[in-house]
Design a protein around this ligand. Structure first.
Ligand code: SF4
Length: 238
């Protein structure tokens, strides 16, 4: 587990991995929509198949090269200087900096833009953030290799479910993940549920989507591609 040391950040600043766009949101209900991405550094999990390890895995990547502390005004200028109605705040795990996110999200919303926060659903959102943003919550399943006690946080799941502004989006690797998802969906009354395959190649995404079609239809889940992978492979900044 490699997190952002909040104590070393200056007041109001955020630890950022990368900014990019306009591009296309690749996953979930907004897939295909033009979007800007604010990718924050640090994560509280360490999924085996993580497709953005440069945001948190400091055993393989240099944090001095892969992350930088940015002031709120610089981030707001970057966002508002580019055209796209949708701003996706992703990671890493952006919610480990969630209190610092409030001024940024507030400024973006004041400019009439929408904000989606992509989270691994281990941190309950601050009520002010709930007022301003929607959440693409992606609780991790056993295929991630992370122990259940770290990746399934009941209080956070219940808060995200109760706020009414969350879609639940699962990366499904195998049959065991399907079975665990069915159990989680019923135990925490998760809805709506989206599923997508694990994979960073066009072939893996297409074959994974075919394999998930049956479970999605049987359980009433929505199926999402990983559009950015189909279009650009695993290229960074897309
Ligand atoms: S929660 Fe997301 S960013 Fe963190 S390790 Fe897992 S896949 Fe990677």
């Amino acid at each position: 587990m490699i997190t952002v040391n909040q104590a070393t950040l200056n007041e109001g600043n955020l630890r950022v991995s990368e900014l990019f766009g306009p591009t296309l949101q690749g996953e979930g209900p907004s897939a295909g929509q033009r979007a800007l991405f604010v990718r924050l550094a640090g994560c509280n999990l360490d999924c085996a198949w993580c497709d953005t390890p440069w945001t948190w895995d400091w055993s393989r990547f240099d944090p001095a090269e892969e992350s930088r502390e940015m002031e709120l005004s610089t981030l707001v200028d970057w966002v508002l200087g580019r055209e796209a109605d949708l701003i996706v705040i992703s990671g890493g795990e952006p919610m480990i900096q969630h209190r610092r996110l409030l001024p940024l999200v507030s400024a973006i919303r004041s400019a009439g833009r929408r904000v989606e926060i992509e989270t691994n659903a281990t941190v309950a959102p601050h009520h002010s953030l709930v007022d301003l943003a929607t959440f693409n919550a992606s609780p991790k399943l056993a295929g991630s290799g992370v122990p259940a006690s770290r990746r399934i946080r009941p209080a956070a799941l219940r808060a995200l479910r109760a706020c009414g502004k969350t879609v639940f989006k699962f990366v499904v690797s195998d049959h065991a993940d399907v079975a665990e998802l069915v159990d989680l969906q019923h135990r925490y009354q998760l809805a709506p549920v989206w599923v997508m395959p694990q994979g960073v190649t066009e072939e893996a995404v297409v074959s994974g989507m075919r394999a998930l079609t049956g479970p999605a239809l049987a359980h009433g889940w929505h199926l999402t591609p990983r559009l950015h992978v189909l279009l650009w492979g695993n290229e960074r900044g897309r």
